[in-house]
Design a protein around this ligand. Sequence first.
Ligand SMILES: C[S@@+](CC[C@H](N)C(=O)[O-])C[C@H]1O[C@@H](n2cnc3c(N)ncnc32)[C@H](O)[C@@H]1O
Length: 241
Amino acid sequence: MQATARRTYDWTATWRLRLGSYLSAVPRAGLFLSQLPLGRFDTVLEIACGSARDSLYLREIGKTVVATDSNAHVIQQLDDQFEDLPNIDFRVENAAALTFRDRQFDVSFHNGFFVLFDDNAFIKELLREQARVTRSHLFFIVHNGHNETLKRKFKEKSREDTIYDLRFFRRQDIETIVRESGIPYRHMRIYNFGSPADRFLGERIKGIPNPLRGIAAHNVKALYALTPLTAAERLVCHIEL
Ligand SMILES: C[S@@+](CC[C@H](N)C(=O)[O-])C[C@H]1O[C@@H](n2cnc3c(N)ncnc32)[C@H](O)[C@@H]1O
């Protein structure tokens, strides 16, 4: 099944321009996943990885990772830049028709992917395909529809830059999609993700070296749990299969 994205996003142009800045950002999704009590897991799949920043972090902490994206340009760039790194593969893959075996990965995730699509039927297809290749824990991270300030900001910015033309999801939207997808699961949880306090994760605050960086990075999960729903940037859906 093919579905059109909200926009004709030009991912090759985007990654030509922005790969470096995405790679230098804090791997918030990787930090967050590594701080959840998931039990032992070894293999990880990232879908629609873009910069693969979070996959690179998960590799660094000892996971065996496959980072995939349908954009051949970004995968080639990553392959060239990180060809010598063990325990990570970069692969061109269409999320709607993955070439992996059933239950091949302990954990799978994507961040900023479902937000490209308006069509719930297509999102449910994508979710079923992700669940097929996942053994234990499936995650997706989407922009938070309860954060009105952020929605307004993105709407404004999207006039200049189509990358901001994204869909926002409320908790109820996520619950409905997961339920209607029909995937069998044990538990579903939705977490807040991204916070105004993320500035404490940066190297500098107002130009001054940030002494709290290490502490903040080790406590991303706690930081996000303290963030009110209306202030969180994104929502994480965690499905235990
Ligand atoms: C917003 S970016 C993801 C950013 C990424 N999480 C990061 O941190 O760098 C969305 C990505 O989805 C990819 N994409 C779009 N349609 C896809 C599909 N059908 N299968 C796999 N990837 C797809 C695009 O190529 C793009 O790299």
